[in-house]
Design a binder for this molecule. Structure first.
Ligand code: AGP
Length: 614
């Protein structure tokens, strides 16, 4: 997720764009850039780092006065965060400049086709390919900027929000969107166009939200013209904004954590984007393709992580052993690094980390590298330390996760691990075609099933109100849902400060059942049909001791719903995919309880988003 902003009007553009980027920095902050059009040329300043670094750069090398420009703060998806990959990107003839938020899935083939036409690229980004494609159409068809943009976008597969500027047409900006947000602000001093309304709010409350497939021609002193990809005219819908700045950053949600929980239908889809196609039975993890010989020969995988990432690693163990028949060990990175483990140089060690900066995970990875193991990263932050330390990896593409309690990163990690297990099982020939196809098809339905859970969360909020004053809680699950029980307990602990423990449900009889009384809420994930009867008897044992049971069930499990105090029904899915659904109500339960207890949900006490200390 990046932040883009553009302006055309009567005021000097540079201060407006820098200020606009500052308001968008929560969307991404690994590099930033600005381009203004003056004296029939495009002048660019960009750098790695934050918007404040760009501001210093511009102060040291001032841009000429200008009344049209575009700017960008980056959250890298393709290409390291550095000066070259920072936006804006220019066409080969330096006549066009573009800023982009999104992922162009077919940029490899477009880049190849353009290179054959003589285009040279200086960055690793998908965005640079797009501006060269626009240039190619403009040159070939001798058409307007808007027409060239339309022709280029017809070739693009993926998500985009773009703003494009052309030296030869200094009185206009062209903007377009598909799946990534873009809004136009109608101010007295001119037009703004941005990823969201935060840069616009200080100047006007009149906005036009672009819809998917729309292209806007934004001209000085003229009305905004909107057409769709087929050049049909669309009527702009001008709205009056009444959200406060802080609300807009949170997308109208009260906390980043709740916003990020609700982003999961999109972020799980983004983790799969360009990696599977169930219609043709295709799957591919780009990071693995060049190393398959070594990966497929490995006698064992070791998965490293901390906290939530360690829980994702546990689910990875179930997936890789159950589906791909690969022996797996899961290690707390903080333990692995000190216990003098046996690591063979034909093994694969996979580090899982949202931030890519967790010191314990980095140290454990260093140890694995010294012993000659093949190292692989499953990371969210592009270009982070762990992403650079590993020999290969897969990004989870879930955008910046601001809430300290990890939610969308967890489901992103589990999605990539699921793809990995399916990919390797398919290559090893250890999965039947029908089961492979069934899993692939079901995986593509998960984002919509998550959306179903998120559509009405009032019942979860009610249950939260019923147990918010308890000082302890137990979370139970079996099989794939045992790690989910651990994750649910961690969520509750870290944001509501209630002591909570996760256990394999069958472990109750080995001690924890002594804790059960009327003051102990027990959250039981019962969606594994294979263990239905056993989980039902676990619940009966708890009820016999006056425990309060909240079950995460599917609609078919009416017998369990009749047995428990509260039940939260989620859509049914195939067992290996159940963590992607069963974790959602646990995230929400922890969130609502924390809010009701007056806790600081986004920045819980004693915690940091990335633990870069020992
Ligand atoms: C999870 O909600 C916590 N914020 C914490 O356990 C986190 O998962 C852990 O510190 C690992 O962070 P990483 O994924 O960035 O490596």
């Amino acid at each position: 997720m990046c932040g883009i902003v553009g302006y055309i009007g009567s005021t000097d553009v540079t201060p407006l764009l820098i200020e606009g980027l500052k308001r968008l920095e929560y969307r991404g902050y690994d590099s930033a850039g600005i381009a203004v059009l003056a004296h029939e040329a495009i002048h660019v300043r960009k750098c790695k780092g934050k918007v404040s670094d760009l501001e210093r750069n511009v102060q040291q090398q001032p841009l000429p006065p200008a009344h049209i420009g575009i700017a960008h703060t980056r959250w890298a998806t393709h290409g390291e965060p550095n000066h070259v990959n920072a936006h804006p990107h220019l066409s080969g003839n330096r006549r066009l400049a573009i800023v982009h938020n999104g992922i162009i899935e077919n940029y490899h083939e477009l880049r190849q086709a353009l290179a054959e036409l003589g285009h040279h690229f200086i960055s690793d980004t998908d965005t640079e390919v797009l501006v060269h494609l626009i240039e190619e159409y403009q040159q070939r068809e001798q058409c307007t900027l808007a027409e060239a943009v339309r022709s280029a976008l017809k070739r693009v597969v993926g998500a985009y929000a773009i703003v494009v500027m052309d030296c030869s047409q200094p009185d206009q900006l062209v903007a377009a969107r598909m799946s990534s947000p873009l809004v136009i602000g109608l101010a007295d001093e001119g037009y703004f166009v941005a990823s969201d309304a935060t840069p616009i709010v200080p100047h006007t409350n009149k906005v036009i939200y672009l819809n998917d497939g729309e292209i806007a021609l934004i001209r000085r002193n003229s009305k905004v013209q909107i057409t769709n990809i087929d050049n049909q005219i669309c009527t702009p819908q001008v709205q009056e904004l009444d959200m406060k700045l802080e609300e807009i950053e949170k997308g109208g949600y009260p906390h980043f954590m709740l916003k990020e929980i609700h982003q999961q239908p999109l972020t799980v889809a983004d983790a799969m984007r360009g990696r599977i196609d169930s219609k043709v039975g295709w799957i591919r993890l780009g990071g693995m393709t060049e190393h398959l010989n070594r990966i497929l020969r490995a006698p064992k995988f070791t998965l490293l992580g901390c906290g939530t990432s360690w829980h994702a690693a546990l689910i990875g163990e179930y997936l890789l052993e159950d589906i791909a028949r690969i022996p797996v060990e899961v290690e707390y990175a903080s333990e692995f690094r000190y216990r003098n483990p046996v690591i063979r140089n034909d093994e694969v060690v996979i580090a899982i980390s949202q931030s890519g900066e967790t010191l314990d995970t980095m140290a454990a990875l260093e140890l694995a590298k010294r012993e000659g193991a093949f190292t692989y990263g499953i990371v969210n932050v592009v270009g982070s330390s762990i992403a650079r330390m590993t020999q290969a990896g897969s990004y989870i593409h879930c955008g910046p996760e601001i809430g300290v309690a990890s939610t969308k990163a967890f489901t992103g990690q589990v999605t990539v691990l699921t793809l990995m297990a399916l990919y390797l099982a398919h290559l090893k020939g250890v999965i039947s075609r029908s089961y492979f196809h069934q899993l692939l098809t079901e995986l593509e339905t998960i984002p919509e099933k998550i959306q179903t859970i998120l559509r009405d969360t009032s019942h979860i909020e009610y249950i939260a109100s019923e147990i918010k004053d308890n000082n302890n809680a137990l979370y139970l699950g079996r099989g794939y849902n045992f790690p989910v029980a651990l994750e649910g307990a961690l969520k509750l602990k870290e944001i509501s400060y209630i002591h909570a423990e996760g256990y394999p449900a069958a472990e109750m009889k080995h001690g924890p059942i002594a804790l059960i009384d009327e003051n102990m809420p027990v959250i039981v994930i019962t969606t594994n049909t294979s263990a239905h009867d056993k989980i039902k008897s676990n619940i009966e044992e708890i009820k016999a001791r006056k425990g309060k049971v909240i079950a995460i069930t599917t609609v078919e499990q009416s017998d369990i719903q009749a047995l428990v105090d509260y039940s939260i029904t989620i859509p049914k899915t195939i067992e290996p995919l159940s963590p992607l659904l069963s974790v959602i109500p646990l995230q929400l339960l922890a969130y609502y309880i924390a809010v009701m207890r007056g806790c600081n949900v986004d920045q819980p006490r004693n915690l940091a988003k990335s633990v870069t200390v020992e």
